[in-house]
Design a protein around this ligand. Structure first.
Ligand code: URP
Ligand code: ZN
Ligand code: ZN
Length: 460
């Protein structure tokens, strides 16, 4: 099957030019001006940007967490991602205590197979650093799972002590893997939570008040120091606070191999959302929590100046009805997480390119190219080049998108961006050359998504 996309404005992390793209057998075969080729399908992209498909390296589909399971599975989640212009996701398999990584990986393959409609990979959450688990990291790498998430938060569930984190970092450094860190001081947060509850503070806003930005800054600094000592690359996930950003900046300025992602919620939403009445603050209960406004501009600046390299979503949706309500009388029981896999590309285009904070090339870089490079998928994914997968988004820079729970495709009963209008609109999405979204029509199929066996870490 050959497809030719005519006359679009191709944008990569480095280039911007008008050309035609010939797609053959799922890959970009030829790029050129007025290509004299015939194809099975001609797509007119006049007036549209042709972008590399978005890559979201932080999703939680079908994830058991907080006494319930995230409400999108790999079918609904990847479909929603596609509508939003994302063509690859990397989700998190969980090695839970007493179990092996292999068991976890097989479980997550079963969750995704037959359901995912876009390509996907897995990181592995490490919840114990015992010798057998550390040994198993090599086997994961051999199977294309080349990154591992660890936590200084959630004591008793995912948190591993500093010695364990250090051992895993050493091992990652040896085998070419990347450790991603959820950096908040979970032990101190638990004390603050206990004290808040003892004083009868049960409303959603206490989730944020008991997880102060200083505790994110402290944990971020700590794991950066551990990674330096272990001589391992490090990636900080869902960075939300200026204090954490300062720790990343300092380390990068000293030449350390440290990277960080932030998420749209930390750029667009704020602590004020927790003050919404009638338990609506629960919609925004996630960890780290939303911060006050001054943190937002620091994060945008970090994206512009390459102190932050990636925007991912941490998509982890829970319905208000039945799920968030578990914490009606106790904020600590509200399942942590919020939806975002569908809104990411549009929000970052709007707040970044539309508002003049990011160039178009930088927008592509933080939403597709850098995620692909840092997580071993480049140049198969994350750019538009001869030989790359034809994962493409036809994006209308003059369109407008209004966001609502009624029109979004995520399986959740609210949208954190309800009523917001963003500049730009996704018009068409191709995954490995196949049109899977055409306007408001979904043409993807459950199970067509392929597992991406990722390579080991290479300095981008
Ligand atoms: O609140 C969040 N972030 N939920 C998902 C799990 C995690 O820590 O990323
Ligand atoms: Zn996390
Ligand atoms: Zn997460």
């Amino acid at each position: 099957m050959k497809t030719v996309i005519r006359n679009g404005e191709i944008v990569t992390a480095t280039d911007r030019y008008r050309a035609d793209i010939l797609v053959d057998n799922g890959r970009v075969a030829l790029i050129g001006s007025k290509l004299a080729v015939s194809a099975d399908r001609e797509i007119n992209a006049d007036g549209l940007l042709v972008l590399p498909g978005g890559i979201d390296v932080h999703t939680h589909f079908d994830m058991p967490f907080g006494g319930t399971t995230s409400s999108d599975d790999f079918a609904t989640g990847t479909r929603a991602a596609a509508f939003g212009g994302t063509t690859t996701i990397v989700d998190f398999a969980i090695q839970s205590r007493g179990h092996t990584m292999q068991e976890a990986l097989e479980t997550w393959h079963r969750k995704a197979e037959g359901k995912a409609s876009i390509d996907y990979g897995f990181h592995m959450i490490v919840s114990e650093a015992r010798p057998e688990i550390l040994r198993e990291m090599q086997s994961m790498v051999d199977q294309g799972v080349t990154s591992f998430k660890m936590f200084t938060a959630y004591p008793g569930v995912f948190m591993v002590d500093d010695g364990g984190i250090f051992r895993a970092l050493q091992r990652a450094g040896e085998i070419g893997a990347m450790i991603s860190m959820h950096a908040e001081n979970g032990s101190v947060i638990d004390v603050l939570v206990e004290q808040a509850l003892a004083q009868g503070h049960v409303e959603p806003k206490y989730h944020a008040l008991t997880r102060p930005p200083e505790m994110e800054g402290e944990a971020t600094h700590r794991v950066i120091v551990l990674a330096a000592l272990a001589q391992s690359p490090l990636y900080i996930v869902h960075l939300s606070a200026a204090q954490a950003l300062d720790a990343v900046i300092q380390a990068r300025d000293q030449g350390q191999t440290v990277f960080a992602e932030t998420c749209p919620q930390y750029l667009f939403l704020s602590y004020d959302n927790y003050e919404e009445p009638d338990f609506n603050g629960a919609k925004y209960v996630m960890s780290p929590p939303l911060r006050t406004h001054e943190h937002q501009e620091r994060l945008w600046r970090g994206l512009r100046t390459n102190d932050l390299q990636v925007v991912a979503t941490d998509h982890c949706p829970f319905c208000m009805k039945d799920q968030k309500v578990l914490g009606r009388d106790n904020f600590a029981k509200i399942p942590n997480g919020a939806p975002g896999v569908e809104t990411r590309m549009s929000l970052i285009y709007d707040g970044g390119v539309g508002s003049g904070r990011l160039s178009l090339n930088r927008f592509v870089e933080v939403t597709a190219t850098m995620p692909a490079k840092l997580f071993g998928m480049f140049p198969q994914k994350g750019t538009i080049a001869v030989g790359s997968d034809a994962d493409l988004v036809l994006f209308d820079p003059n369109g407008r998108t209004r966001w609502s729970v009624d029109t979004a495709h995520m399986r959740v009963d609210y949208n954190p961006y309800e009523g917001r209008e963003t500049v730009g609109a996704v018009r068409m999405v191709l995954s490995r050359g196949e049109v899977i979204v055409d306007g408001s029509t979904y043409l993807g199929r459950e199970g067509r998504g392929e597992f991406v066996k990722r390579a080991t870490f290479r300095q981008p």
